[in-house]
Design a protein around this ligand. Sequence first.
Ligand SMILES: Cc1cc2nc3c(=O)[nH]c(=O)nc-3n(C[C@H](O)[C@H](O)[C@H](O)COP(=O)(O)O)c2cc1C
Length: 215
Amino acid sequence: MSAAIGSLTDRLDGALALVTAASNDLRGGCVVGFHTQCSIEPVRYALWLSKANHTYRVALFADHVVVHFLDVGDHDLAALFGGTSGDDVDKFDRCDWEPGPGGAPFLTGCPNRVVLRRVSLWDDGSDHVCLVGEVEDVRVVADFAPLRLSAASDIEAGHAAQDRPLPDDVSANGEPSTEHPPIDLASLDRATRDGLEDIAAGSGHQIDLSPPDAT
Ligand SMILES: Cc1cc2nc3c(=O)[nH]c(=O)nc-3n(C[C@H](O)[C@H](O)[C@H](O)COP(=O)(O)O)c2cc1C
């Protein structure tokens, strides 16, 4: 079935976008093919993020995301944001950007964009989560020709959709476990807390384990 859908969506040849977000001192950004306007009044825009992506884990805790619409000349940017992961490289070290609402990066080379204030998040148990946002700002420049799926067929996604930690194969100490003793949050170091949040995010759960005094 997925091959049949693939051949259909290949023919539709949708325009690609690049989503950015910031939260908890982290920035994230990835290429998305799954995005669309989804309400007229009020105007809403939806996008789908893979639970495997660093960007998803950042967006889970973000109030705002920015959707940049890629131009035909943006193949290099698409390769950076669609072909590498923020888990391994700092993409924002390799492009020009400035902080937007809630710290969500504006990519200065990508002027066609919408700013979304997150309204809802929908997890139906599949490998992508739908984020719906109220459109707070829109910017469009003349002579914009979208970069389409067909022009990015040479880019291998930085994370495959199934490439994520799941509770069955990961526990707090990284070993498979059938026992779940209570966790003393105050005793956890930041890296361990971040790791547990990532594991929860991999299953679609927004869990903030930061102690009350950590801002
Ligand atoms: C053409 C193309 C379309 C993609 N569409 C989506 C998408 O709709 N949603 C998504 O979450 N990831 C999508 N990806 C995958 C991410 O962009 C890719 O795995 C990225 O490296 C993730 O980076 P991150 O881990 O820093 O978030 C797409 C990648 C490509 C090349």
